[in-house]
Design a protein around this ligand. Structure first.
Ligand code: AMP
Ligand code: ZN
Ligand code: FE
Ligand code: FE
Length: 281
């Protein structure tokens, strides 16, 4: 069994449509793939349809933008009830923050002398409800301002750079119980990727477990071999589920091919057993 529990489609900032992503997952030899778009569940229906067609198991999920100790933290949610009113309301608030940020980024870049318009960005974010910096990056690349997303993030779109604008994200300690209340399973995405280690110590993870955190994504490209070993030890101590995944973004992120990291079948079974609703229910 090959299981990849973290991927993005064009419903957020991946470059494949949800259907194409699922087709590629089947071609890549995966048995299970989770679709976890940023702050959005709008890709589920199409992904499910194609999963049935090609005979692969789809786990519906999402990757929620949260904040913890003044740092952005990504929370993976698996199998939440998409009609849960409290979850829907909070996701709307995050999506509104994303929508409002795009014109602010465009204005900041224009003030910096970059000739980019909101239309340029809209062309890239077309099918997505979760407008993001990667769409701005794609627009900058198409305009010839940068080579690719990597250069856009390295020079213009990261904190402290001319095109950086903050946006709303939920408090992590509120989102975990909210997600669990919606029947979902809460797993921290790449907890020690990109500097988050400072706010997600073993002690902090223990506290989050008390709030309902079920697991941590250990095998992720943003974690070194040493990080992975240490996180695996913490997960064992705290009895947290351990996952591994690609965080695939299509052509939007290099070195994140489908199946580059995978989840152990026993850990996957445990994760499923913690959801309120069964996979096909
Ligand atoms: P946003 O959520 O709109 O603020 O954008 C953050 C997203 O940008 C995350 O999903 C990352 O996957 C993506 N991202 C961050 N840094 C890079 C990079 N250097 N290259 C490509 N994508 C990136
Ligand atoms: Zn992304
Ligand atoms: Fe993430
Ligand atoms: Fe992701």
């Amino acid at each position: 069994m090959r299981i990849d529990l973290h991927t993005h489609s064009s419903a957020s900032d991946g470059t494949d449509t949800p259907g194409d992503l699922v087709r590629e997952a089947a071609s890549a030899g995966l048995d299970v793939v989770a679709l976890t778009d940023h702050d959005a569940m709008s890709g589920w229906a199409e992904a499910r349809e194609v999963a049935d067609e090609v005979g692969i198991t789809l786990v519906p999920g999402l990757e929620i933008s949260t904040r913890h100790g003044h740092r952005g933290v990504h929370l993976l949610g698996y199998l939440p009830d998409p009609t849960d009113p409290a979850l829907a309301l909070e996701l709307d608030r995050i999506l509104e923050g994303r929508t409002a940020r795009t014109p602010a980024i465009v204005a900041a870049l224009r003030a910096h002398g970059v000739d980019i318009t909101e239309d340029d960005v809209r062309r890239e974010s077309g099918g997505s409800v979760a407008a993001g910096r990667p769409h701005v990056a794609d627009a900058l690349a198409r305009l010839g301002v940068v080579r690719d997303r990597t250069e856009a993030f390295a020079t213009l779109l990261s904190p402290g750079q001319p095109g950086y604008v903050n946006r709303y994200a939920s408090a992590l300690e509120d989102m975990i119980p909210l997600l669990v209340g919606a029947g979902g399973v809460a797993v921290l995405a790449h907890p020690w990727g990109r500097g988050s280690r400072s706010v997600l110590s073993a002690e902090a993870l223990a506290g989050l477990k008390d709030l309902g955190l079920a697991g941590i994504e250990v095998d992720h490209q943003d974690h070194s071999a040493a990080d992975r070993a240490e996180l695996r030890g913490i997960a064992a101590d705290l009895d947290l589920v351990v996952t591994g995944s690609s965080d695939h973004h299509g052509l939007g992120k290099v070195d994140h091919d489908l199946g580059v990291n995978t989840t152990d079948p026993e850990q996957y079974d445990r994760l499923l057993s913690l959801a309120r609703n069964p996979l096909d229910g």
